[in-house]
Design a binder for this molecule. Structure first.
Ligand SMILES: Nc1nc2c(ncn2[C@@H]2O[C@H](COP(=O)(O)OP(=O)(O)OP(=O)(O)O)[C@@H](O)[C@H]2O)c(=O)[nH]1
Ligand SMILES: [Mg+2]
Length: 175
C-alpha cells in the first residue's frame, strides 16, 4: 500500500477524501495540524495558501510514497505553480474532488494539474464515493523498494527511482 500525502487549499476536500478512502461517513473536521503517522497524510489547506508555509509541504512529502495535489472542480483559481517536480522527489498525482459541483470546470482544473507535473489524475466525488475505488486500486500496489545501488543505477539511466526499468534492461548483478 502506498502512503499518500495530500496537499491543496482549504475546503478542497482532503479530509473528506481520507474519510471516503476509509469507507467512513463524511463528517466535517477542520484540519489543524499534519499527522504523518496516519495511513494518509492530510495537511491543513493554509499550508498551500501561504507562501511561507508552503515550503513545509515539500518536507512532509518525504514521509510519503506519493504526493497528491487535491483541487476541487469548482476552484476559481490555481495555487500551484508549474513543474512542482523540481522540488518534490516523489511521484505526483492530481485528485479532482467535488466533480458534482454545479460550478465544476473539470477541464480547467485538469490542465492546472497537468502543468504542475501530475503523472496521473483521478476524479472523485467524496459524497457518493464515485472514483474512490480507482484511486484505492492505484494505492494498493506497493511502491518499488530499492537498494541504494539500484536507485543509483536508475539515476545513471536518467530515471526516477519509481520509474520502471526500460524493456530489456536489468539491474547489474549483485546490486
Ligand atoms: N459536494 C461535495 N462536497 C464535498 C466533496 N468533498 C468534500 N466536500 C465538502 O467540502 C467541505 C470541505 O471539505 P474538507 O474535506 O474538510 O476540506 P479540507 O481540504 O480538508 O479543508 P482543510 O482541512 O481546511 O484544509 C465539507 O463541507 C465537505 O463535506 C465532494 O466531493 N463533493
Ligand atoms: Mg482538512
Amino acid at each position: 500500500m502506498k502512503k499518500l500525502f495530500l496537499m491543496g487549499r482549504s475546503e478542497a476536500g482532503k479530509t473528506s477524501l481520507t474519510q471516503a478512502l476509509k469507507g467512513e461517513e463524511l463528517h466535517y473536521k477542520k484540519t489543524q495540524y499534519t499527522n504523518t503517522a496516519d495511513d494518509t497524510i492530510d495537511s491543513p489547506g493554509e499550508y498551500a495558501e501561504s507562501k511561507r508555509f508552503s515550503v513545509g509541504l515539500a518536507c512532509f512529502s518525504f514521509e510519503a510514497d506519493v504526493v497528491a495535489i487535491v483541487q476541487a472542480a469548482d476552484e476559481p483559481y490555481n495555487l500551484f505553480s508549474p513543474s512542482l517536480r523540481s522540488f518534490i522527489l516523489r511521484p505526483i498525482i492530481g485528485i479532482i474532488t467535488k466533480v458534482d459541483s454545479p460550478y465544476a470546470n473539470v477541464p480547467m482544473v485538469r490542465q492546472w494539474l497537468i502543468n504542475a507535473g501530475c503523472e496521473r489524475i483521478f476524479m472523485v466525488n467524496n459524497v457518493t464515493r464515485e472514483g474512490i475505488d480507482e484511486l484505492l486500486q492505484y494505492l494498493e500496489e506497493d511502491p518499488p523498494r530499492l537498494t541504494l545501488a539500484q536507485a543509483r543505477y536508475k539515476q545513471s539511466l536518467g530515471l526516477n527511482e519509481w520509474d520502471p526499468l526500460p524493456e530489456g534492461v536489468e539491474y547489474p548483478e549483485g546490486i
